[in-house]
Design a protein. Sequence first.
Length: 310
Amino acid sequence: MRERTRLVLALTVLVACVALTAPASASAQAGSAATCPSTFDVLHDDKIDGLSLPQGPYTITLLNSSTLSCAAAVDLFRQFLEDFDGKLTRPWRLTVSTRTFRRGSSSVGFTVAPAGSNTGGGGGGHFPHGSVCPGTFKIVQNDHIGIFHIPKGVYTITLLSVGRITCAQASSYLTQFLADFDGIIPNPWFIDPETGTFMRGSPNVGFRIKESVGPPNPHGGGGGSSTKRCPGTFRVLHNDSVGKLKLPRGPYWITLLKGSRLSCRGASSLLTRFLDDPNGVLSPPWVVVPRTGTFTRGPGSSTGFRVKQA
């Protein structure tokens, strides 16, 4: 009799457990695909992990409305577009053929598709109130600003907000930052390397760069540098200095100044001579600007070269 009672009790508990878990399972499966009510504006031709995204409005559709909200999908799509190298980070993966973004093998994700017309709503870029600068900025060789590495190529500049700085100023700032010797850009500027964003003391003031995709902008503008970087690198064998310019040991790029009549061999020979001076003092008329690592044959002269750690 006791055994029969125990069996009945066990069956009762099992049925109760099934009854408790069944509604939760049904609830987890209740969500379905849902199209978000507003479109998302991609501000310029862009690319994410091989997926080309021409400028224009896009419709976002959730894979499962119970596992992701429209607000979250919009923010994720914005983050993916802002990423500097355009590569998704795990666990997110992309199926290019269906424009589907999915977190691992789960039902968390969304698809995007060009919309027929703009119905308002989201906006691409770090700050939707900014504007894309006309033309492009060309970086003629692989470069870096501190730990932020920038491959050679053609870049689009997007202002974070309108009216704070102009496109011409953004191009000028980028040129200055690329010329900076130690990669520590002046206060109050700071860099977010993950998104390629330069901010002047505030997340609303500054600009963002990203490699340009699609056909060139026909409306001109843009910037860049026509200076010539010498092939190979120059190695400083030990921590050294020339005047007030400190040169930690390691490989350096040598870049000839625009209009300079120096050859790469001549610049390398001059740098060797400057480093060999036991007092680290430049002989006139040569001068050095420590902030940019620039050596010129007198103040304001175009004859000279710039050095930067490779």
